[in-house]
Design a protein around this ligand. Structure first.
Ligand SMILES: [Zn+2]
Length: 143
């Protein structure tokens, strides 16, 4: 992990818990997370961008080397699939583009938008307090 889960990170004088800063090693706990939780995380990622990157960063587990990126981009027709999908609205969100910061119920968390992908595709298990917080989130109804 680039930053240990639940380690405190200070940004502009404010403290955040770090979650999901995965490096190239699969040294994290795994667990299946239900689609309702993933949909809530999708909305949190969409609406709480702290920083946007100039370019996209693909998942380091799917594309560990420049060669793997080159192959995906130039030698297959697939390209790099780094979208989050909302299971109900079918909306797509390009990942590998942003850092997300959320504040819910008095807790603040800081994570890459790729967190959605790490959970969905690599069964990464975020710390329980984070999962509980995401589950407690009630997205506003959009008509
Ligand atoms: Zn991946």
């Amino acid at each position: 992990m680039k930053a240990k889960d639940m380690s405190i990170c200070q940004i502009e004088g404010k403290e955040y818990y770090s979650v999901g800063w995965i490096d190239g090693h699969k040294d994290f706990p795994t667990q299946d997370i239900d689609s309702e939780c993933l949909d809530k995380l999708f909305i949190l990622c969409k609406n709480n961008v702290m920083e946007r990157y100039r370019s996209n960063t693909p998942c380091i587990l799917c594309y560990p080397t420049m060669d793997a990126i080159r192959k995906a981009v130039f030698e297959t027709n697939d390209g790099i699939d780094i979208y989050a999908h909302h299971s109900v609205t079918q909306e797509k969100l390009l990942l590998g583009k942003s850092t997300i910061a959320i504040e819910l119920n008095g807790s603040s968390y800081f994570f890459p938008d790729l967190l959605w992908h790490y959970i969905k595709e690599h069964s990464y298990a975020p710390p329980k307090p984070f999962v509980d917080l995401v589950n407690s989130f009630t997205p506003k109804q959009v008509n």
